[in-house]
Design a protein around this ligand. Sequence first.
Ligand SMILES: Cc1ncc(COP(=O)(O)O)c(C=O)c1O
Length: 482
Amino acid sequence: MKPEESISPFKALGNRVLALLDNYRDNSRKAQGKVLQNTDAALLAQTLNVEHWIRNGGLDHDKIEAFLTPYLEASQHLHHPGFIGHQVATPHTGAAMADLIHGAINNPMAVYEMGPSATVIERVVVNWMLEKAGWFTADNLSDFSYDKNNGAGVLTHGGSLANLTALLAARAAAAPNAWKQGTPDNLALITPTVTHYSMARAASIAGLGQNAIIPAPVNDLDVLQAKHLEATYNQATDAGKNVFMVSLNACATATGLYDPIDEVADFCAAHDLWLHVDGAHGASALLSDRDRACMKGISRADSLTWDAHKMLRTSALCAAILFKNPQSLADAFSQEGSYIFYDDNAAGFDIGRTTVECTKAALGTKLFWVLAMDGEKELGRFVEKQYSDTHGFYKLITAQPDFDCPCAPQSNILCFRYLPLANNDAQMALRTEIVRRGNFYITTAVVNTTRYLRLSVMNPLTTKATITALLDEVRDCARVLS
Ligand SMILES: Cc1ncc(COP(=O)(O)O)c(C=O)c1O
């Protein structure tokens, strides 16, 4: 191997960074060290010497270790089996490679000519996702023609922007003049109160306001009850609301439970309402022959949000908003930016026409790399494994007399509670102490007024042994707290 001095600074630095990252991943995967160190912010800024580097520069392959080692140590360790916290993927090697390539070549993609390869990959990946939803029937995924059998979609920096895009498209269908004249003040949408807050934000951003959100009827576990939708709808209409959309969760962020898409589709069809499915987390079940049933009825929806950075193993961010009708995507943003979109006869297509964003990263390449390395079947097996492992953890936890769960999991999200300290504040205190110790990273969620500890089983290396150790840690934290 050449000495580092004789190779380019890019490669010399890159080699060191890769070696340090490899070591970090390896140690994390072996559960060596903490998941999270909980370092004080001011102390961390000092340890990392952030101001020194900003003022003076000089970070190179010789000095990188002094910076990157404490940087990685203080970071959240998603490769560690004890990372069972937020719904963020333990990143796949392929996604890391895509990020590296994008960082090196920087091909943002508002217009085709600024990123031809990445644009083509995004369109093929979107067609693949459309196919899984039943909205793409062309012979091959590189068919870029829009016709009534092929839906349309775009990748966004996150499910929140995807939800906003869906709302704008639904608004355009209900109130075609809204883009120009503003949002009519009686438009309303029905959605469970536990719907991810990005939908409530989208309602205000789109000019509907929070009063436009009508809580959907739900059961004790916050799952939408389609049979009561009619009453909710009639009550809203009697009060002068123009209900145009139902948005449901597949699955819900807190519990991981799926709303019944098929039943809600019947209701929406009867009233000519837009059906949006927020599948940011759970749409990946579409890849599994076994778990696809959770998404039954998806082809009858109008739009679907699907995050690849949750269950499809990409780094953040890589989300999709998909539409059954290709016109819906075009209608969401009926704004001409003639200085950018000047050439309708160009070789490709300008994705910037159909996103909130202008300049955007080569998001599709992340998912492409994961698929290109493992193939779609393997990715489906990954989703299935996470779902069935979580079911195994549920059985393990409910077999303990001092723990309970509010329900059996339908996905890889699982809520549970330590019974000897079964009040909301105590569960919160337990979570704080567990995270402070740093051996596990978990979250909490409120289900129907009761607070639970919450696991998102994102890491394939999290096993029954991990969960058994976690339960012991909970008991020990409880002993110290009481
Ligand atoms: C159901 C659901 N929708 C939307 C989002 C927001 O997605 P993002 O964080 O990619 O913006 C989340 C995030 O957890 C979610 O669980």
